[in-house]
Design a protein around this ligand. Sequence first.
Ligand code: ATP
Length: 267
Amino acid sequence: MTEPAVTASTPTAPTVTVRGATVRLSSATLLHDVSCTAPAGRVTGLIGPNGSGKTTLLSLIARWRAPSTGSVHIDDTRVDSIGRRDYARRVAVVEQHSGTELDLTVEQVVGLGSIPHRGGWASPSAVHDVQPYLRAMGLDDLRLRTWRTLSGGERQKTQVARALAQRPDVLVLDEPTNHLDPAAALDLMDGVRRSGRTTVVALHDLALAAAYCDRLVVLAAGRVVAEGPPEKVLTTALLADVYGLDADVIEHPRTGRPLIVPCGTVR
Ligand SMILES: Nc1ncnc2c1ncn2[C@@H]1O[C@H](COP(=O)(O)OP(=O)(O)OP(=O)(O)O)[C@@H](O)[C@H]1O
């Protein structure tokens, strides 16, 4: 059987919708009736303080956890009705501390992204096919380096390249830039945005969220407290309420996007 080529295809970007999701454990309720939308082909940022529920919400979309009540939908389909293999093809996830037990090279890790489409280990021909994803993340020079020799930022870029190589409809990223230098973080977010995938990304860096996200969902104590375009959501009042941050929000003179200028805290 001829194996399908691994090329950057035009994604069939769907809308992801969370409807009334509550996550209740015996000890605590992590999410309270959360509803939000990640529009098709757009980058939706999840922001909020430590412990506000960002990773928990991503875990519902990744289907690692089921909500106690409520549901998650890809277009009109409930995610719990999608077969496991189909879901593995359609949704790619990069965790905060994604890793690999095996000491693979960068190009082999990125090649793992094609496995849901192939049903087996990436063949040597797949190595050629990972080139566009290596290039998109600026990893050409590192392609033969082994995982354990990589810096934290190089590992993050490799994991995002792997996720893109999966050619998913939906990209779920948990703080993908926390080890990256400023230019690398901008490049990564740019690569994600240009991929055209419906992306849900948890971010602590509000400057990146303002610059690269089409839409923001703000979580506080497991609840959605604001949702919309960055220029509507990122206000001085919201930053004070949610983060306890005393900040001015001005229009970036070159991009027109919100520019957050922290002055201190209001705690
Ligand atoms: N298994 C668990 N049992 C009890 N509490 C939990 C459990 N898992 C997560 N939590 C709590 O749920 C809350 C939300 O956690 P979550 O990891 O979703 O937050 P987050 O917004 O991603 O935080 P951070 O920005 O620090 O990564 C936190 O207070 C966390 O301590």
